[in-house]
Design a protein around this ligand. Structure first.
Ligand SMILES: *Cc1c(COP(=O)(O)O)cnc(C)c1O
Length: 366
C-alpha cells in the first residue's frame, strides 16, 4: 500500500515538464539571470491576477513581509500586531526590522486574527498590523481593514497561503496597503526554489520596495534608502512562475474539491472540521482539530497516510523569544496549537486517495 503524502510536488511539476523545460531554456539562453525581463513579465501578470496595480518580486515570503514593514519605516521602537499561530514567519520578519511583535488572539472558528482581540490590541498604538490568511482562508479582511483605517494603522496581509482567495470580488493582497506572497514550492503557486512578492496599489510604496530589495539603490551603486539589502527574485523562478500562473485557479479548484469531499465524508464526532466556505478558501492546508491528536496521527500512519502539524509551537512559545513573552496568554491560539492536525490536500490527489483518508478518519476511535 502506497503512503499518501501530505503533498506531492513531483506529481505536481511533472505534469508541467514541457512548459517548465521551455521556461528554463529561455532563461539559460537569454544570458540574464537576476531582475530582468522574466521578473518584469511575472510581476505584470501577478499584479493583474491580484487586480492590484503593482507587484514587486523579492527573494522569498519572509523578506516580502520584512521589506513591506521597512517600507512603512517600521524599525526599532515600533510595535507590530500579528497572530502567533501562523508559523513564526511574520514574527521573524517583524523582529528583523528591530520592531517588537504584539500578539493578537485568533477566532476559534477560523483560526485567523480575531477582530475583537485586534480592536483591544489597537489601543497600544501599533505602527502596523500583519494579518495572515491562514491555511488558505481569507481572514475577516473587511472588518480588520476597517478597524485599522479607524486607528490610522497600516495593514499588511500575509498571503503566503492564500494565492487567489477572494471575497466580494477582491483578492487576497488587495485589502491592506501591501500584500505579501511566498512562492515556496509547496504554496498554492510555487516556484522550484525560493521566491516572493509584494503587491500594492500605492505608487510610492512600490518604488520604495524596488529600492529596498536592491541595497536601497536610487540608481546603480547609490544607496539612498535606509534599510535596503539584497532580496531579488531569480529570472529562472520568475519564468517558472509565469508558466505556472495560468493553472493557479484550476489548482485551487482541485484543492477545494478535496476539502469539500473531506467535509462531507468525514463523520467522526471526535474530529472538528474546518468551516465550509467558497472562494474565500483556497485549501492550502486542510486542518482538522481533535483533543486526541497523537492517537489519530498514529492511526493514520498505520493506514499509510501522512499528516503534519501546522504549527506545533505558537510564536510566543518559540525558544528564541519565549522568555520575553512568558506573561502573554492567548487562549484560543494555545488551545488550537495543541489540537490542529493537517491531512493530505493537494491538487493532484485522486478520489481513491481522498476516500482512503476519509475512511481512516471515520474508523478512528482510541
Ligand atoms: C511560507 C510562509 C511564509 C514565508 O515564506 P518563505 O518564502 O518560506 O519565506 C510566510 N507566511 C506564511 C503564512 C507562510 O505560510
Amino acid at each position: 500500500m502506497d503512503t499518501i503524502p501530505l503533498n506531492d510536488l513531483g506529481r505536481h511539476n511533472a505534469a508541467l515538464r514541457d512548459q517548465l523545460g521551455l521556461a528554463a531554456r529561455e532563461v539559460v539562453e537569454g544570458g540574464w539571470y537576476v531582475l530582468g525581463g522574466q521578473g518584469e513579465r511575472f510581476e505584470r501578470k501577478f499584479a493583474e491576477y491580484c487586480a492590484v496595480p503593482h507587484c514587486v518580486g523579492v527573494a522569498n515570503g519572509t523578506d516580502a513581509i520584512e521589506l513591506a514593514l521597512r517600507c512603512l519605516k517600521v524599525g526599532a521602537h515600533s510595535r507590530v500586531l500579528t497572530v502567533a499561530n501562523a508559523g513564526m514567519y511574520s514574527t521573524i520578519a517583524i523582529r528583523s526590522t528591530g520592531a517588537v511583535p504584539v500578539f493578537v488572539d485568533v477566532d476559534p472558528s477560523t483560526l485567523c486574527m480575531d477582530p475583537t482581540s485586534l480592536k483591544q490590541a489597537l489601543a497600544c498604538q501599533p505602527d502596523a498590523v500583519v494579518v495572515t490568511h491562514l491555511y488558505g482562508r481569507l481572514a475577516d479582511a473587511h472588518t480588520i481593514s476597517g478597524l485599522c483605517a479607524e486607528h490610522g494603522v497600516p495593514l499588511i496581509e500575509d498571503c503566503a497561503q492564500a494565492h487567489g482567495a477572494q471575497r466580494d470580488g477582491r483578492k487576497a493582497g488587495s485589502f491592506g496597503v501591501m500584500g505579501c506572497f511566498s512562492f515556496y514550492p509547496t504554496k498554492n503557486l510555487g516556484a522550484l526554489g525560493d521566491a516572493g512578492a509584494v503587491v500594492t496599489a500605492d505608487d510610492a510604496l512600490a518604488k520604495r520596495l524596488r529600492q529596498l530589495r536592491q541595497y536601497g539603490w536610487e540608481s546603480k551603486y547609490t544607496s539612498a534608502v535606509e534599510g535596503g539589502r539584497n532580496s531579488r527574485m531569480d529570472e529562472i523562478q520568475a519564468a517558472f512562475l509565469s508558466a505556472k500562473l495560468p493553472q493557479l485557479d484550476a489548482w485551487n479548484k482541485s484543492r477545494r474539491r478535496v476539502a469539500s469531499q473531506y467535509s462531507q465524508g468525514i463523520q467522526n464526532p471526535r474530529l472538528h472540521l474546518p468551516g465550509q466556505s467558497g472562494d474565500d478558501f483556497v485549501a492550502h492546508l486542510y486542518v482538522i482539530r481533535t483533543a486526541g491528536r497523537n492517537g489519530l496521527r498514529e492511526h493514520l500512519r498505520r493506514a499509510g497516510i501522512a499528516s503534519d502539524i501546522h504549527y506545533p509551537l505558537a510564536d510566543h512559545r518559540q525558544p528564541c523569544i519565549a522568555d520575553r513573552f512568558a506573561d502573554v496568554a492567548l487562549p484560543n491560539t494555545e488551545l488550537a496549537t495543541s489540537q490542529v492536525l493537517t491531512l493530505p490536500c493537494f491538487p493532484e490527489m485522486t478520489d481513491a486517495e481522498v476516500q482512503r483518508v476519509i475512511e481512516a478518519c471515520n474508523t478512528w476511535h482510541d
